[in-house]
Design a protein around this ligand. Structure first.
Ligand SMILES: [Zn+2]
Length: 316
C-alpha cells in the first residue's frame, strides 16, 4: 500500500487523515512524517515537495515514538538505510541521508520509505524534486597519445575500477560516526565537482569529487569516524584511501604522496590518513575528495554542516 503525504501550502502538518486509512493494524506509535532539508541550498517548493540540487544530500526525518523499527527507503533504485536518533525530552526519529547523484535526472521522483515492526508495517511516499546544477564545462585539446590508453593501461584501469566499485557497493549495517563531518584538508577549493570535461570533442566522465589545492605534504585527515576499506595506488587516482563510514557512506582521498593507514584500520574523525600529493594523473599537488552515498556521487561539501546529526547528550 502506498500513501502519499502531501504538505499543504504554508503548512508542514502532514495529512494524517490520509495516513490513517492504511492497513488493518496501524503502527499507532509511529507519528506523522516530517521532512527536513539538509542545507540552505534546498528550498521547499510551494506544494510542499522536498527538493535538492544534483549532488546534494537531504536529511529525511521520520519521527517515531518508539525504537526498534526497521526503516528503509528507496529512491531511483538506490536503497537508503535509516538510523535511529533519540531526542531529549521527546520521541526520537529515524533519519535517512538521501544522496542526489550528480547526474540524477532533474524533475520529481518518488522516495518510498518502509517502516517494519513485528506484525506491523507501513509505507510512506514522498515527492523529491531534483534540481539541475550548473556544472562548469572544460574543453581541452590534447595530443592523441596523451588521451588514449595503451592496452595494458586499459586493462589495469578496468580492474582498478572494478575493485573500487566492489568496495563502494558493500554496505556496513552499522553507522560508525556520530559527530559532524570535517574538511580533510584546508586549501583552495576548485569548484570542480560535476565538471564536464570534453577532450578533443569527446565528452568524458564528469568529475565526481572536489579538488582542494594544498602544498605537497600537507596532512590529510579522515572527514569522520570510519574504517579504512581500501588503500590503493591506481593509474588515474594515484595513491588513495577509501573510508567506510557505515550505512553505505564512503569518503575517498586521492593523489596522495603517501598513505599512512592500512586496509581494515579504524580511523577517528581528524585522524591523519596520508599527505597531499600529485600521484596518478594530476597536474599539481591537490586532494581529490570524493563521497559516495548509497551509490550516489554527491558533493563532499554537502556533508559539512549537515543538520540534526549531533547525538543528544543523554538518552533521557
Ligand atoms: Zn579531482
Amino acid at each position: 500500500m502506498n500513501v502519499t503525504d502531501q504538505d499543504q501550502a504554508g503548512s508542514r502538518r502532514v495529512r494524517t487523515d490520509l495516513v490513517a486509512i492504511v492497513g488493518v493494524m496501524l503502527l499507532a506509535s509511529v507519528l506523522p512524517v516530517d521532512l527536513l532539508p539538509s542545507t540552505q541550498h534546498e528550498a521547499r517548493g510551494a506544494d510542499g515537495q522536498l527538493s535538492g540540487k544534483q549532488g546534494q544530500v537531504i536529511v529525511v526525518r521520520v519521527p517515531v515514538s518508539r525504537h526498534s523499527i526497521d526503516v528503509t527507503g528507496r529512491f531511483l533504485g538506490r536503497r537508503i538505510p535509516f538510523f535511529y536518533q533519540s531526542s531529549p525530552g521527546g520521541p526520537g526519529a529515524y533519519l535517512g541521508l538521501l544522496g542526489i547523484d550528480m547526474l540524477d535526472t532533474p524533475g520529481s521522483h518518488e522516495l518510498v520509505v518502509d517502516l517494519n515492526a513485528p506484525g506491523e508495517s507501513r509505507r510512506l511516499s514522498y515527492h523529491v524534486l531534483v534540481i539541475q546544477e550548473d556544472y562548469p564545462v572544460q574543453r581541452l585539446t590534447l595530443p592523441k597519445r596523451m588521451v588514449d590508453l595503451d592496452p595494458n593501461s586499459l586493462v589495469r584501469v578496468k580492474a582498478e575500477q572494478k575493485q573500487v566499485r566492489s568496495v563502494l557497493n558493500t554496505v556496513s549495517q552499522e553507522r560508525f560516526w556520530s559527530q559532524p563531518f570535517i574538511e580533510p584538508v584546508l586549501g583552495a577549493i576548485a569548484g570542480a565537482f560535476g565538471r564536464k570535461r570534453i577532450i578533443n570533442g569527446q565528452p568524458r566522465s564528469p568529475h565526481n569529487g572536489e579538488d582542494i589545492a594544498a602544498p605537497l605534504g600537507t596532512e590529510v585527515v579522515a572527514t569522520n569516524d570510519g574504517v579504512v576499506r581500501l588503500a590503493v595506488d591506481h593509474f588515474f587516482s594515484g595513491k588513495g584511501v577509501l573510508v567506510d563510514h557505515g550505512l553505505g557512506l564512503y569518503s575517498m582521498y586521492f593523489h596522495l604522496s603517501e598513505v599512512s593507514v592500512q586496509d581494515g584500520e579504524p580511523v577517528t574523525r581528524g585522524h591523519p590518513i596520508g599527505k597531499v600529493g600529485a600521484t596518478g594523473r594530476a597536474t599539481g599537488p591537490h586532494l581529490h575528495w570524493g563521497v559516495r552515498l548509497n551509490g550516489a556521487r554527491v558533493n563532499p561539501y554537502a556533508l559539512i554542516n549537515l543538520p540534526l546529526l549531533a547525538e543528544p547528550r543523554s538518552e533521557g
